[in-house]
Design a protein around this ligand. Structure first.
Ligand SMILES: *Cc1c(COP(=O)(O)O)cnc(C)c1O
Length: 360
């Protein structure tokens, strides 16, 4: 069996040792003769997994004690609703930085619950924002990494006393962040954490239980998850188990500081080539270039199609860009080995040479 180089934006490639362990343990978890997906979430086996998963995440992200870690279903998209439902209190107003498609979806949900001030950013560039004097809003919302546009915040804006909420779906655990700068961090699992469906919410404890409206559905209230250790109902046990294995893999590798170094190296390989190339290019402002999602293009849509098709035949999967941006996109999440990026760059070089020769 050979593994392909999978550049999908999500669900995306996972570490091979994790998949192998899942396979090995699948029929009999820890010698029990039962699969992990057959075991009660209230059993000691699973409670231990849950506890260890949270501990690993706390350790890897250096999460302070006054933050709660919640395991929620509904993906990151449900947080687009849960954030306003839980955090809109004093002012019934929020402030969103619109940096692209996912931010727009978050804004559309927030507008259903209160007033939203929107700061629009250009598609390829996130200018430095001064938000430190912002007031009379319940929270500020940003998307740290824009999966579709390939941009990221060069630095996290200071919002003073106003809680900062971040959608970190596509770059959580890929570079170091100071959790204390945020009131809420949420991330869908299917990029750097594990299988789709699970969403991790990290919330400062004073922001929990603010909305006292009795119409707030139990399952959409952060307090429910805090009070029940995310076990009010059956949590997505298989996803959490795989998340634990991914975090163990990351810890063994040296943690977030180490993977950030590797991620920078990986991204630099591709960006350096794009900057040198006379065929391929990146449109993203240098200081906002994402380490995780790298859109690129040629000036010919016909060449793009040919490139994607030849790349797929050569075993480089899912390089087609998002339909709203076009061109190509390579997602280089934590689990993408550096050899995958080297192989891609060398394939692109060959393609460029061939294209030049048939042109002149
Ligand atoms: C993938 C993604 C989402 C959506 O995640 P779902 O789990 O599909 O809801 C939201 N925000 C960002 C930044 C993403 O990359």
């Amino acid at each position: 069996m050979t593994r392909s180089f999978n550049f999908s934006a999500g669900p995306s490639t996972l570490p091979l040792p994790v998949l192998e362990k899942v396979q090995k343990e699948f029929l009999s978890f820890q010698g029990t003769g039962m699969s992990i997906i057959e075991i009660s979430h209230r059993s000691n086996y699973f409670e231990e997994i849950m506890e260890q998963t949270e501990q690993l995440l706390r350790e890897l992200m250096n999460i302070p004690n006054n933050y709660k870690v919640l395991f929620v279903q509904g993906g990151a998209s449900l947080q687009f609703s849960m954030v306003p439902m839980n955090l809109l209190t004093s002012y019934n107003t929020s402030y969103y930085v619109n940096t692209g498609s996912w931010a727009k979806k978050a804004i559309a949900e927030a507008e259903k619950y209160g007033e939203v001030h929107v700061q629009n950013c250009p598609i390829h560039h996130i200018p430095k924002l001064s938000l430190d004097s912002i007031s009379l809003v319940d929270y500020v919302h940003i998307t740290t990494n824009n999966t579709i546009e390939g941009t990221k915040f060069a630095s996290i804006p200071n919002t003073g006393n106003v809680p900062l909420v971040a959608d970190m779906s596509s770059n959580i655990l890929s570079e170091e962040y100071d959790v204390e700068k945020f009131g809420v961090i949420y991330a869908g699992a299917q990029k750097n954490i594990g299988p789709a469906g699970l969403c991790i919410v990290i919330v400062r404890e004073d922001l929990v239980g603010q909305n006292t409206l009795h119409t707030l559905p139990t399952m959409l209230n952060y307090e429910t998850y805090v009070k029940s250790n995310s076990m009010y109902n059956t949590p997505p046990t298989f996803n959490i188990y795989i998340m634990k294995l991914v975090l163990e893999w990351l810890k063994q590798l040296g943690g977030v500081q180490q993977i950030e170094k590797i991620n920078k190296e990986k991204a630099a390989l591709l960006y350096n080539f794009l900057d040198e190339s006379t065929l391929f290019y990146s449109n993203v402002h240098i200081e906002n270039r994402s380490l995780m999602n790298i859109p690129f293009n040629t000036t010919s849509s016909q060449l793009n199609e040919q490139f994607i098709s030849e790349a797929t035949s050569a075993g480089f999967y899912f390089l087609k860009g998002h339909r709203s941006i076009g061109g190509m996109r390579a997602s280089l999440y934590n689990a993408m080995p550096i050899d995958g990026v080297k192989a891609l760059v060398s394939f692109m070089k060959q393609f460029e040479m061939k294209a030049r020769m048939s042109n002149v």
